[in-house]
Design a protein around this ligand. Structure first.
Ligand SMILES: O=P([O-])([O-])O[C@@H]1[C@H](O)[C@H](O)[C@@H](O)[C@H](O)[C@H]1O
Ligand SMILES: [Mg+2]
Length: 281
């Protein structure tokens, strides 16, 4: 049977590379604006790169063939609804704060979902020039080399990633730091964070770390990473141990269930609205 999405997969890899190269070439002056809070940054580059990605995909596959969820389009009021239709989920610059500060981890993340399930994902870590990709049932790769999660089962010998996100309300920050303190003191070998959720998930997929969890991420930060982690042999769970839900803004990705469940024991959950919550009137 003909493979229905191979062409889209190959095209996504090419578009991610092109987008990353535009990003690398950079603007002489980065124009920084803010979104949900004063630390939720966006730049003209984010918007420009997203437009280029979406217009390239529309040109290739037809104006109305697929749906789109793009970080910057949603910020401008486009709907964020994942239906059964083929849908591209795009973060043009994951790690915008890193980008603004010159901290060297920035990724382009492009995922493609059908029937609400991610079919393939591409994360181009553009400053490292590493192309991570995975397709359902076909394995995960970094620069065409197969990748696999770590086989570590001992939490005491693990490295865990988490991030602070962009909500600075004291109650949430307290819970985030309390969780991190408890995990650090299990103890684990270390806590890390690259500043890009997409890259963090690729680090789980390559086995460099055992797990990455966050409350407050968005579907575009992690959609490509979800399939990359799964195809590298890892697992995804909700922060309460239930099934992972891409639109819930909460996620634990790990090399295995043992590590995931041990972390989940320590996570102090706080409420965040869903990505697909109806817009407030
Ligand atoms: O805004 P952005 O740089 O695309 O995405 C952010 C990054 O992935 C960061 O690592 C994560 O902690 C935030 O929750 C995201 O919003
Ligand atoms: Mg992002």
């Amino acid at each position: 049977m003909e493979d229905p999405w191979q062409k889209a997969y190959d095209f996504a890899v090419a578009v991610a590379r092109k987008a990353g190269e535009i990003r690398k070439a950079g603007e002489s002056e980065i124009r920084v604006m803010t979104k949900s809070s004063t630390v939720d940054l966006v730049t003209k580059t984010d918007e420009r790169v997203e437009k280029i990605i979406i217009s390239s995909l529309k040109e290739e596959f037809g104006e109305d063939a697929h749906c789109f969820i793009g970080e910057e389009s949603v910020a401008k009021g486009e709907p964020c609804v994942l239906s059964d239709k083929p849908t591209w989920i795009i973060d043009p610059v994951d790690g915008t704060t890193n980008f603004v500060h010159g901290f060297p981890f920035v990724a382009v993340s492009i995922a493609f979902a059908v029937n609400k399930e991610v079919e393939f994902g591409v994360v181009y870590s553009c400053l490292e020039d590493k192309m991570y990709k995975a397709r359902k049932g076909k394995g995960a790769f970094c620069d065409d080399e197969p990748i696999q999660v770590s086989d570590m089962k001992d939490i005491n010998k693990s490295i865990i990633i988490s991030e602070h996100g962009t909500d600075r309300s004291p109650e949430k920050v307290t819970k985030i730091f309390s969780t991190m303190q408890k995990i650090l003191c299990i103890p684990v070998h270390g806590l890390r964070g690259s500043g890009t959720a997409a890259t963090n998930m690729c680090l789980v997929a390559t086995g460099a770390v055992e797990a990455f969890f966050e409350i407050g991420i968005h579907c575009w930060d992690i959609a490509a990473g979800v399939i990359i982690v799964k195809e590298a042999g890892g697992i995804l769970l909700d922060v309460d141990g239930g099934p992972f839900d891409l639109m819930s803004r909460r996620m634990v990705s790990a090399n295995n269930e043992l590590i995931a469940k041990r972390i989940i024991k320590e996570i102090e959950i706080f409420p965040v609205g869903r990505d697909d919550a109806p817009a407030e009137k």
